[in-house]
Design a protein around this ligand. Structure first.
Ligand code: PLP
Length: 382
């Protein structure tokens, strides 16, 4: 007997059956099998199983109770999860500062469907408790928030959620299961933009939701009916990324810790946010929640001199690229005020806590010394 060592790409939308009875039974879920790739595809399923094993590796959670649903993108995963667990008239408590796409979903789309978002500082557990109403059904948080890099108290939020018959849903894209496993801290569902660290090479788009079957089943139904299924070719690339996610994230985090310390001491930099620095508001909490002394590979820095200085710093970098997205093997920067937050003028930026010179650095796997030299020369540039 021999089997392929690499994951086969089952590039098909439909499946053939020996009998009409088999087709009916598989489609009806009475016997196991594949019927249609929007419902299930073997390559996408293999990726989902592999992520579930990383987020819930056995003992604590009971791997047999835990599963994962693969999605076409992180936003497909987030929207299906929220629509699966909320209905008109209900409320979700979420972070006022979070990934822009999620913020749009909260503020533009959920209200259209009669779902009320209550967006607050999710790191303030007392404020979350005070925001609860009888209609609250979901508390939503990011393990390491985009772009503030703040770290919410997951066990406390889980406690608040469960006392209120609500679910805690956590976007753990920036942390990955290498750094934090939210299910072990009480989260009911953990999700990722797999486009980032899980895939890790900036060549595939996908999303994933992991949790106990009882919480996952509605998400699965939403995925099937709303149609955000993961394509087999993307699933192959994302699955291959998982083979190195622990190596990459450890290396990227170790390098980021060195770079953050260097940047914090540089006179051209007004402020550095990194959960591994003692100056980070939730550094102690992060040290308790995060594994193996790792704090992630995203750094936010405010360059002295405002908007022009922030952009000039990006332009002066050589090894580090100006690029969208984050979490891949490549080090990249983006200047918030001119890109992700371009709709905000300086007053609105200040209200959102974003300095005009703010730059987000996603640290890759390159030689740490080369990265350090690159940052120094760009900051020292006249
Ligand atoms: C924290 C976070 N969640 C979700 C997403 C959305 O993921 P995708 O672009 O795969 O839809 C992003 C994208 O940048 C993100 O940073």
């Amino acid at each position: 007997m021999s089997r392929p060592l690499g994951l086969p790409v089952v590039r098909t939308s439909g499946f053939a059956f020996d009998t009409a009875h088999d087709y009916a039974e598989i489609l009806g879920g009475r016997i196991a099998g594949y019927s249609y790739s929007r419902i299930d595809n073997p390559t996408a399923a293999a990726f989902a199983v592999a992520v579930a094993a990383l987020e819930a590796p056995g003992a604590e959670v009971g791997a047999e109770d835990v599963g994962a649903e693969p999605f076409a993108s992180g936003m497909a995963a987030i929207s299906a999860t929220l629509l699966a667990h909320l209905t008109a008239g209900q409320e979700v408590i979420g972070p006022a500062s979070c990934y822009g796409g999620t913020w749009s979903l909260f503020t533009r789309w959920l209200p259209r469907w009669g779902i009320h978002p209550v967006l607050i500082d999710i790191t303030d557990v007392a404020a979350v408790r005070a925001a609860l109403t009888p209609r609250t059904r979901v508390i939503y948080a990011e393990t390491i928030a985009n772009p503030t890099l703040s770290v919410p108290d997951l066990p406390a939020l889980a406690d608040v959620a469960h006392r209120a018959q609500s679910r805690l849903v956590v976007d753990s894209t920036f942390a990955t299961p290498v750094i934090c496993r939210p299910l072990e801290h009480g989260a009911d569902l953990v999700l990722h933009s797999a486009t980032k660290f899980l895939g890790g090479h900036a060549d595939a788009t996908g999303g994933i939701v992991v949790g106990r079957r009882e919480h996952l089943e509605p998400v699965r139904e939403a995925r099937i009916d709303l149609g955000g299924c993961l394509a087999p070719d993307e699933a192959f690339l994302l699955h291959r990324g998982l083979a190195t996610v622990a190596l990459r994230v450890r290396r990227q985090s170790a390098t980021a810790a060195v770079l953050a310390a260097e940047l914090a001491g540089h006179p051209a930099v007004a402020r550095v946010r990194y959960p591994g620095l003692a100056s980070h508001p939730q550094h102690g909490l992060a040290a308790r929640l995060f594994r193996d002394g790792l704090f992630g590979s995203l750094i936010t820095m405010d360059v002295h001199g405002g908007r022009e200085a922030g952009m000039a710093f990006c332009d002066a970098l050589r090894t580090v690229r100006i690029a969208s997205s984050l979490g891949s093997v490549h080090s990249k920067v983006s200047h918030a005020a001119s890109t992700t937050h371009r709709q905000l003028d300086d007053t609105a930026l200040a209200a959102a806590g974003i300095a005009p010179g703010q730059v987000r650095l996603s640290v890759g796997v390159e030689d740490p010394e080369e990265l350090l030299a690159d940052l120094r020369q760009a900051l020292d540039a006249p």
